[in-house]
Design a protein around this ligand. Structure first.
Ligand code: FES
Ligand SMILES: [Fe+2]
Length: 360
């Protein structure tokens, strides 16, 4: 039986201390989202304004002017910073006020909290530190598939009325796809449940791998690749505290070793940034990258739309699940089954990191 931890879904104003794993890089958004307008986004309970200066620098500040507390996201972006939309204070990306219109002297305390950002491979990563302001201890994660010329990719930004760990559970255990996603990536539900799930972990990373040789190709695969009645299919999920990578795909039956790193066939590489908004709500930043068959049209646009529909199906399930958890309360425990090995391991890692942010 698992504990529900409903006590932890109560929002607090503590900046995430005791609620979320801190001292981690989280996804704040996609590079393409940052135009000349600021974006207001609450991350781990902290209201943040994201913007890109005209010089191209991505920045994140506390979304509050130090003068009279208007959200800075109501302001406008300028060459070297963001200007408050009330009385015009101008802030540099490091949070320091650098101009007070009509006043020469700028008090040193005229500043707001700034966050360290790292922009790479089309992703905006933000370092969410503990209350002592620990500086990044490692580089933001790499995700090279967005830059791989053999792949096309599309992205989406979803909002869930559910805690982030329910999203982790959903992504790390794909045994639900046969039941929830029959119209797109589903395939044979029983075959999913009967296939061996291999769960391993290394540090704070959990891998859940399922191989399904000789399985019927689901509709999304058939649209992109000339599969006949059967394919050899794999699902490899990797959980890494703030994001998951899900590598799924299939090849002609018996056309190669199903778990070889350089296997052929149709590849779908999913990136999933799961960033708590509050204890009860979650930002979900996803991308899907696929290769395409030389004799088939590139179906990336259709695939992205189908993936979007698929995640919409997940959202409905997860939000209904959470609404029901609240109705029944923490007295209603969960009964584990064989598919829960990976998700329970990930939950233990999150639990550990909430208590001790820097444990490995
Ligand atoms: S509230 Fe921002 S300048 Fe006054
Ligand atoms: Fe799903």
């Amino acid at each position: 039986m698992s504990e529900l931890k409903l006590d932890r879904v109560t929002p607090s104003a503590s900046g995430g201390e005791g609620q979320f794993p801190l001292n981690q890089w989280y996804v704040a958004g996609f590079s393409s989202e940052l135009t000349d307008k600021p974006i207001a986004r609450t991350l781990l309970g902290q209201p943040v304004v994201l913007f890109r200066t005209a010089e191209g620098q991505a920045a994140a500040l506390e979304d509050r002017c130090c003068h009279r507390s208007l959200p800075l996201s109501f302001g406008s972006v300028e060459v070297c910073g963001i200007r408050c939309g009330y009385h015009g204070l101008l802030y540099a990306p490091n949070g320091q006020c650098i101009e007070i219109p009509g006043q020469e002297k700028i008090p040193s305390r005229a500043r707001v909290k700034s966050y360290t950002m790292s922009e790479k491979q089309h992703l905006l990563w933000i370092w969410m530190s503990d209350s002592s302001g620990t500086a990044p201890t490692h580089n933001a994660p790499d995700y090279p598939h967005h830059d791989n010329p053999e792949y096309s990719f599309g992205t989406g930004v979803f909002h869930y009325d559910a805690p982030y760990q329910l999203v982790h559970d959903n992504l790390l255990d794909l045994s639900h796809v046969g039941y929830v996603h029959a119209k797109t990536i589903g395939g044979n539900a029983r075959q999913h449940m009967n296939s061996k799930l291999e769960v391993t972990s290394e540090g704070n990373v959990v891998r859940a791998i399922r191989m399904m040789p000789g399985t019927p190709p689901p509709p999304t695969y058939k649209a992109a690749w000339p599969f006949a009645a059967s394919c050899d299919r794999w699902q490899e999920c990797e959980f890494d505290v703030t994001h998951l990578r899900i590598f799924t795909g299939a090849m002609e039956p018996g056309s190669g070793q199903i778990d070889a790193p350089d296997r052929g066939g149709f590849h779908m590489r999913g990136f999933h940034g799961v960033t708590p908004e509050t204890a009860e709500t979650t930002h979900y930043f996803w991308s899907i990258a696929t290769n395409h068959h030389p004799d088939m049209p590139d179906t990336i646009d259709i695939t992205v739309q189908q993936v979007k529909d698929t995640f919409e199906e997940d959202r409905v399930i997860i939000e209904a699940q959470f609404a029901n958890m609240k109705k029944f309360g923490s007295a209603a425990s969960w009964t584990d089954i064989h598919v829960d090995a990976g998700t329970n391991r990930a939950r233990r890692i999150v639990e550990k990191l909430v208590q001790q942010p820097d444990s490995r």
